[in-house]
Ligand binder design. Structure first.
Ligand SMILES: [Zn+2]
Length: 74
C-alpha cells in the first residue's frame, strides 16, 4: 500500500523505500521499509509523508531524493 494515497497497487508499480541516516534509499533488504506509488511523486502530501517516515525536517530534500530514485529505477 502506498503511504501517501493509501491505495493498494501491484507490488511492481510501487517503489519500496527505506530511510537511512536521514536520507531516502531504495529498500536494501533489511530494516523498515515503506511503499510509495509512482503516481504520488507529484502529490502535495508526499514530501510531508516522507519526512514523517524519515523523522526528517527537510521534506523537500526527501522529495528530490525520491525523484532521483525513480529516475534510477526507470
Ligand atoms: Zn500513492
Amino acid at each position: 500500500m502506498c503511504v501517501v494515497c493509501r491505495e493498494r497497487f501491484e507490488q511492481s508499480t510501487l517503489i519500496r523505500l527505506q530511510c537511512r541516516e536521514g536520507t531516502l534509499e531504495l529498500f536494501g533488504g533489511s530494516g523498515r521499509s515503506f511503499y510509495v506509488c509512482r503516481d504520488c511523486t507529484e502529490h502535495k502530501k508526499t514530501s510531508g509523508q516522507l519526512a514523517r517516515h524519515c523523522k526528517s525536517n527537510a521534506p523537500m530534500e526527501l522529495l528530490k531524493r525520491l525523484k532521483e530514485i525513480i529516475v534510477d529505477v526507470g
